[in-house]
Design a protein around this ligand. Structure first.
Ligand SMILES: Cc1cc2nc3c(=O)[nH]c(=O)nc-3n(C[C@H](O)[C@H](O)[C@H](O)COP(=O)(O)O)c2cc1C
Length: 168
């Protein structure tokens, strides 16, 4: 059956996700970062997480040469940060408040949570590369903030007060 790529992409958009900015420290000291929705946790023993990057990403070679990665879960008040790190080829760092974590990975101010990690396994999958990474350290500096949610191509928040959220 021939599939319409746009319709399939729309279908994928019906799966609500959080939004993160994945950053990388490069061997020459430079840094890169892109907005992603493809984060997932994988394993506790060992501690593994993953994200996938499209082959057309200008910064893909930089990500592949990285020393370490920072995964920054964005808060609902960080739509602007998400947009900035989703613009192709732009200097995404000019107005970005950040610090370097213990691995050197750039960690963004205002994020819900940070993970620092290093490459465990690289998997080519169609038009994306899956980065499976081993967690080095983690923190939840914005634990009381609402998450930024991406659903059907739009940004949303979770309006339900946390005490009223239903058990899964
Ligand atoms: C909410 C959102 C989620 C995204 N998720 C991904 C993703 O998981 N993987 C990916 O490769 N690009 C994703 N993108 C697109 C990239 O952020 C965008 O292509 C990238 O910043 C361009 O970087 P470049 O200048 O290195 O090409 C997403 C964009 C948005 C707005």
């Amino acid at each position: 059956m021939a599939m319409d790529a746009r319709e399939l992409r729309n279908l994928f958009g019906h799966f609500a996700t959080g939004v993160a900015v994945v950053t990388a420290k490069l061997p020459d000291g430079n840094k890169v970062g892109v907005t992603i929705s493809s984060f997932n946790s994988i394993s506790l023993e060992p501690e593994l997480v993953m994200f996938s990057l499209t082959n057309t990403l200008l910064s893909l070679p930089a990500f592949e040469s990285a020393v370490s990665y920072g995964i920054n879960f964005l808060a609902a008040d960080q739509q602007e940060v998400s947009r900035r790190f989703a613009v192709k080829g732009e200097d995404k760092w000019a107005d970005t408040a950040m610090r370097h974590g213990e691995s050197g990975a750039p960690l963004l101010d205002g994020a819900l949570a940070h993970i620092e990690c290093s490459l465990h396994q690289r998997v080519e999958a169609g038009d994306h590369v899956i980065f499976i990474c081993r967690v080095i350290s983690f923190a939840t500096p914005g634990a009381t903030k609402e998450p930024l949610v991406f659903f059907k191509g739009r940004y949303c928040g979770i309006e339900t007060p946390a005490p009223l959220c239903q058990s899964a």
